[in-house]
Every structure is written in structure tokens, then in C-alpha cells.
Design a protein around this ligand. Structure first.
Ligand SMILES: CC(C)(COP(=O)(O)OP(=O)(O)OC[C@H]1O[C@@H](n2cnc3c(N)ncnc32)[C@H](O)[C@@H]1OP(=O)(O)O)[C@@H](O)C(=O)NCCC(=O)NCCS
Length: 262
């Protein structure tokens, strides 16, 4: 049996999302089984769950490991496809969507807080810092939804890593990047790009803590498993763990001999 837009809306409401809520969604369309209406039905289902006062944000990432200060990104937010799946790629092309101006970690949003959450992303010195939509979703009391994917794909953990100034997150020197904004204007952006050389991450390690705190719930739409997490709780819980173990978010967790290095 196929999944419909109404099923998506009901599944997200059953998880506790309601009118006025803000949700940042990472997704895998194929995990829903066959969806009538494809990516648009998923988008409209979530928009319906959060109502006219709510906001849906998706990551529209474009960065890659080939980028560095010698090979800085040039990003045109009007045309550059993202690699985070068909749902964000479809949402960002809607006329009412607002995409943030960032050379590697842009987000697109639809809804009441779309402008507030996306503006000034280009002023963030690190991709997911305090001026990014990832942090602002948390400040707005928003949620993160992982639809058909687990916490491995949760970009907000990079916000945590950047706030904690973990030395492996960003490249040592800033890059002079160029963005073309939604008005076609050129914006020069100085940004520390992510490093792809850091240790292997293990973000799902935080899951038991989030469940124990009641900050994460599981739901389902057809065959798709959905995790709904309070964004601010995730950031606070991860920062808390990092205070006693700077490798907490990596597979090196608990390796005391590396702690000085980090
Ligand atoms: C990588 C990832 C997007 C792959 O998921 P996916 O389901 O294979 O891909 P998409 O979400 O793009 O959906 C497209 C697929 O849906 C399927 N599909 C197409 N139409 C469909 C429909 N109507 N109903 C259901 N599935 C459909 C197809 O298999 C299609 O793949 P194809 O184009 O290769 O044929 C997903 O696993 C993931 O990780 N998502 C999160 C990404 C993210 O936010 N990362 C942040 C990193 S910091």
C-alpha cells in the first residue's frame, strides 16, 4: 500500500508535532516505501502537520572534500543542487522556499520563521555556527526529524562540534568563498570549511541519553522510522558529554590517551 500526504501529516502529528512548530528534517524518500506524489507529498505532509504558523527546514548541503582555501567553493543558491536527497532538492526549488546563503551548508525553509532562521548564514565563520539555521532551529525551540535515517546524518552535531571548538572539525585556515544570493548579488564569504580528515564520528552514541531525557521519540509513517528530537536538548546533552570526553562524538570515545591532543 502506498503512503499518502495525509499519512505523513498524521505520522508527524502522532509524534507530537503541531501548529506553529519548527522542524529541521533529514530524510530518505525511499525509506517511506512508495509515496503517492513523491517528495512533494512528504513536504506537504510535514507542512500540514506544523500548520500555517509552523516552519519546515531542510539541509541543502553542497560541500565536498575537494574544497579548501586554495580551491574555495563558488555557490549559486538559485541553481546549485544539494546532495542531501530528493526531498530537500524539491523543497529548495519551490517558489516560496528561502535558501540560506552559505557556500557549503545552506538550508532551505518554508513557513513563518523561514526568513528568521535562514538570514545571515553567510556571516557565520563556521558552517553550522550560531548564525546558522541549525543553531537557530534550536533557539526557536524546534525539533530535528530524522525520517528514514539515523543520527549519523544529523548536521546539528556539527553545530555542537563547532561550539565546542573541537580541533578536528574545521580546516586550520579560512577560505575566501563566493556566493550568489537569491537576488543574484555576489556575496564574498570568509569561512572555515569543514575538514574531512577528522576522526570517524559516532553521533548515534547520544541516542540513549536523549531517550532517557525524553528528548527523543520514535514514530512511523508506513515503513519509515522517524526520530523526532528536541534540537536544544541534543546540543546541550552533547556539549555536556564533551566536557568530560572531548572524543565523545567519535569512535575514539573513552580513549584517555588522546584527550590532550583534542
Ligand atoms: C543519502 C540519502 C538521501 C539516500 O536516501 P534515498 O532514499 O536513497 O534517496 P532520496 O531521499 O534522494 O530519494 C530518492 C529515491 O527515492 C526512491 N523514490 C523515487 N520515487 C519515489 C516515490 N514516489 N516514493 C518512494 N520512493 C521513491 C528512489 O529509490 C529514488 O532513488 P533513485 O533516484 O536513485 O531512483 C539518505 O540515506 C540520507 O542520508 N538522508 C539524509 C541526508 C542528510 O541530510 N545528510 C546530512 C549530512 S551532515
Amino acid at each position: 500500500m502506498s503512503v499518502t500526504q495525509a499519512d505523513v501529516a498524521q505520522g508527524f502529528r502522532d509524534l507530537g508535532l503541531g501548529d506553529g512548530d519548527v522542524v529541521l528534517m533529514h530524510s530518505s524518500l525511499s525509506s517511506f516505501g512508495q509515496v503517492d506524489g513523491g517528495a512533494d507529498a512528504v513536504i506537504d505532509g510535514v507542512l500540514s502537520a506544523v500548520g500555517r504558523g509552523g516552519t519546515l527546514v531542510v539541509p541543502t548541503l553542497t560541500g565536498s572534500e575537494t574544497l579548501n582555501p586554495e580551491n574555495p567553493p563558488r555557490f549559486d543558491l538559485r541553481t546549485q543542487p544539494c546532495w542531501t536527497g530528493i526531498v530537500p532538492e524539491t523543497l529548495r526549488q519551490r517558489p516560496e522556499a528561502i535558501r540560506s546563503t552559505h557556500p557549503t551548508h545552506s538550508c532551505a525553509a518554508i513557513g513563518r520563521l523561514a526568513e528568521d532562521l535562514t538570514h545571515d548564514h553567510h556571516r557565520s565563520l563556521t558552517p553550522c555556527g550560531m548564525r546558522s539555521p541549525y543553531f537557530r532551529v534550536a533557539m526557536a525551540g524546534g525539533y530535528i526529524a530524522m525520517a528514514g535515517c539515523n543520527l549519523t546524518a544529523c548536521t546539528t552535531f556539527h553545530t555542537v562540534e563547532e561550539i565546542a571548538r573541537l580541533p578536528y572539525v574545521c580546516q586550520p585556515d579560512p577560505a575566501a568563498c563566493t556566493c550568489i544570493d537569491r537576488h543574484g548579488e555576489t556575496v564574498e564569504v570568509t569561512c572555515y570549511l569543514h575538514s574531512y580528515a577528522g576522526p570517524e564520528r559516532d553521533f548515534p552514541a547520544l541516542e540513549p541519553h536523549l531517550l532517557a531525557q525524553g528528548a527523543m521519540r520514535f514514530g512511523r509513517v508506513g515503513p519509515c522510522e522517524i526520530r523526532l528530537i528536541e534540537s536544544l536538548s541534543l546540543i546541550e546533552a552533547a556539549l555536556d558529554e564533551l566536557r568530560s570526553d572531548p572524543w565523545y562524538l567519535t569512535v575514539r570515545r573513552g580513549s584517555a590517551e588522546h584527550q590532550e591532543e583534542c
